[in-house]
Design a protein around this ligand. Structure first.
Ligand SMILES: [Zn+2]
Length: 277
């Protein structure tokens, strides 16, 4: 895309409860698009982006990572705990060569890969030389979450970025964190959720995070039960989808398993980008 090299990053395959994914949308409607298993779990992926621009490597989203307990990994049917580093390795990128890491928010299924469990059982940064860009409002909330959000944040995922390291850069609102790499504060799902937008001239690719989790969530009022502020989600989602359609932005959906990168047609239809399948 212009002077950008983009690679889809699928770091994990796992399962989430259908009710969690679709909130108040009746199952009779969502199950036409996503099949639930006997435990009402539906297939999910953790989807992000690896971008190369001006010799820099930027990783957007890090997935679940390798720190889940065996029990928890089984509960969510996590399949590839080393998927993040495997994906980079396929591009011949070593973790220490990554310059910037941008999780959309700090929930365990997006920030888990920021740190990893090493051979001696300790927790270390996955990308030791990278700057990590996080909204300050997200960081503050993740350290003191409300009672409903407590299970979604695991401090080992992110506190090592600040404790004994100076790897995190706090962002307040919409910011160009690197030339051509923007974050947009959308909040809604969590107080500091951000969309990452990488640009090359007129072209742009947006990593949506849980603002648009899967293809059924392209319908504005279809949102996740986990959203803290659904009305804000609807507002920001409508705005993003409108821009994406008008300016032909490429979108990357955070948990879609089937062709998660694509464009919005004028009709509202999803047109997958076959080169990022
Ligand atoms: Zn998520």
């Amino acid at each position: 895309m212009g002077d950008l090299e983009l690679y889809l990053l699928v770091s994990d395959h796992w399962k989430a409860d259908g009710g969690l994914m679709f909130g108040v949308v009746p199952k009779i409607l969502w199950e036409k698009q996503k099949t639930a298993d006997a435990n009402n779990m539906i297939d999910c992926a953790c989807v992000g982006l690896i971008a190369r621009k001006n010799g820099r490597v930027i990783v957007c989203e890090t997935g679940i990572g390798n720190k889940l307990s065996e029990k928890r990994a089984r509960q969510v049917a996590q399949r590839e705990p080393e998927g993040l580093l495997d994906a980079l390795q396929r591009l011949s990128i070593r973790p220490e060569e990554v310059d910037a890491v941008i999780p959309t928010h700090l929930h365990w299924d997006h920030a888990g890969g920021l740190t990893r469990r090493n051979e001696t059982g300790g927790v270390e940064l996955t990308f030791k030389n990278a700057r990590h860009f996080v909204q300050r409002s997200e960081w503050d909330f993740a350290l003191r979450p409300d009672i409903r959000s407590q299970s979604a944040y695991i401090t080992d995922d992110f506190t090592p970025l600040a404790d004994g390291n100076r790897a995190v850069e706090f962002v307040d609102g919409d910011t160009e964190v690197l030339p051509g790499v923007h974050v947009r504060l959308v909040a809604g799902h969590t107080p500091g959720s951000q969309v990452v937008i990488v640009r090359s001239g007129e072209l742009a690719c947006a990593v949506t995070g849980d603002l648009v989790s899967q293809r059924p969530h392209l319908k504005v009022p279809w949102n996740m039960a986990a959203d803290l502020d659904p009305l804000r989600v609807f507002e920001e989602k409508a705005r993003l989808l409108d821009e994406a359609e008008k300016h032909r932005w490429l979108l990357v959906l955070s948990h879609e398993t089937d062709q998660p990168a694509g464009y919005i047609e004028e009709s509202g239809e999803w047109r997958p980008e076959p080169r990022l399948a």
